[in-house]
Ligand binder design. Structure first.
Ligand code: PLP
Length: 402
């Protein structure tokens, strides 16, 4: 076969490359801080009890495996948007949110990006924070859109560069699409404060932006799903145009089930019906209809009151463990190893990730001398930290930053 003779080798995924190197390391003190999936305190993946119970219930029902509709299970969709926008949300109560179950956060982002490309045009530029989750750029570019950065991280303090952020979006054309991480920004862990969100909203409103929220960590960041939905609800309650991509990978621990939702807030029911008809037309040739299993599990967790209660407790447990590991890591650095550096960002940042401020050289030393694996931008997944390895991680961080 000669057809593929000129296909060049693609670069490996930067995160998966770190995982490969970790696997090859034979040291028994090795620590993987690169992967964006929750681990319990013994370093194991966690399947929530509410998920196991929902699965047992679903199996007992002996349901069929027919295709579900193009836009997925309605009982899941309605529950997903109620979770995000809040039960008192006006667009929700007025039934004017177009929503489709999609393939976790990534698939939802892609459907939304294709919608933007089709109805706002190929020349549409999406404003994205610098840095952002690497896959955002690939998803948007593959959907035929362009991206430009707005400043986000102040590297000297590892906190939000709010002035840079506001002045960059102020300079963008009116009517732009702006991508906003609703909470627990990936990769920095740095979120705007409620006051800063209001400042961002003011610019967005004045400049008539379309606000494209990526909410992949609702409830996982603070432990409180309402608190983590603050930014989305602030913008929606003030009637700004909203597109939302939701993922239930992290907060339900349903990573491989690929369950998420894409929604668009419309002016009225008639407009919603038109928008939804176009979402169906976009989804059909992409993947026809979404998978059934994750939707059934998530639907049970949302709609069965006792499972829902159990879920919210388990969700808070995951968030609290991460918050606790942040304080332990900082406390070891400052109190046990007397690091003179400022590590406040470890606890002021939120969610699964922490931007440590490590340089690429320090990341290499951590890997080669201490068997600690993180991505070259200095990001760690706090989920990989546990009560057994936290002291060792702190000691190693101190040694490479001394
Ligand atoms: N958006 C952000 C910011 C993320 O960090 C992730 C996962 O890491 C996703 C979206 C989507 O992930 P998934 O497609 O697994 O739901």
């Amino acid at each position: 076969i000669t057809a593929w003779a000129n296909v060049p080798m693609g670069p490996p995924d930067p995160i998966l490359g770190v995982v490969e190197a970790f696997k090859k390391d034979t040291s028994d003190i090795k620590v993987n801080l690169s992967v964006g999936a929750y681990r319990d305190d013994s370093g194991k993946p966690r399947v929530l009890d509410c998920v196991r119970k929902a699965e047992d219930f679903i199996i007992s029902q002996r349901l069929d495996k027919e295709y579900i509709p193009i836009i997925g299970l309605d009982s899941f969709n309605q529950a997903a948007i109620k979770f995000a926008y809040g039960e008192n949300s006006a667009p929700l109560k007025e039934n004017r949110i177009a929503v489709a179950q999609s393939l976790s956060g990534t698939g939802s982002l892609r459907v939304a990006a294709s919608y933007i490309q089709r109805f706002m045009g190929s020349n549409t530029t999406i404003l994205v924070p610098k840095p952002t989750w690497g896959n955002h750029l690939s998803v948007f570019h593959d959907a035929g859109l362009k991206t430009t950065d707005y400043r986000y991280l102040n590297k000297s303090t590892n906190s939000l560069d709010i002035q840079g952020f506001l002045s960059d979006i102020e300079a963008a054309p009116n009517g732009s699409v702006i991508l906003l991480h609703g909470c627990a920004h990936n990769p920095t862990g740095v979120d705007p404060s409620p006051e800063q969100w209001k400042q961002i909203m003011e610019v967005s409103q004045r400049k008539k932006f379309v606000n494209f929220f990526d909410v992949a960590y609702q409830g996982f960041a603070s432990g409180d799903p309402h608190k983590d939905a603050y930014s989305l609800r602030l913008f929606t309650d003030n009637n700004l145009p909203i597109i939302l991509a939701q993922s239930f990978a992290k907060n339900m621990g349903l990573y491989g089930e690929r369950i998420g939702a894409v929604s668009i807030v419309c002016n009225d029911v008639e407009e919603k019906n038109r928008v939804l008809s176009q979402m169906k037309i976009l989804i059909r040739p992409l993947y026809s209809s979404p998978p059934i299993s994750g939707a059934r599990i998530a639907e049970r967790i949302f709609n069965d009151p006792s499972l829902n209660k159990e879920w919210l407790t388990e969700l808070k447990g995951m968030a609290d463990r991460i918050i606790e590991m942040r304080s332990l890591l900082k406390s070891h650095l400052v109190n046990d190893f007397n690091s003179k550096l400022n590590w406040d960002h470890i606890t002021s940042q939120i969610g699964m990730f922490c931007f440590t401020g490590m340089t690429p050289e320090q990341v290499v030393r951590l890997r080669d001398e201490f068997h600690i694996y993180l991505t070259s931008n200095g990001r760690i997944s706090v989920a990989g930290v546990n009560s057994k390895n936290v002291r060792y991680i702190a000691e190693s961080f101190h040694k490479v930053t001394q």
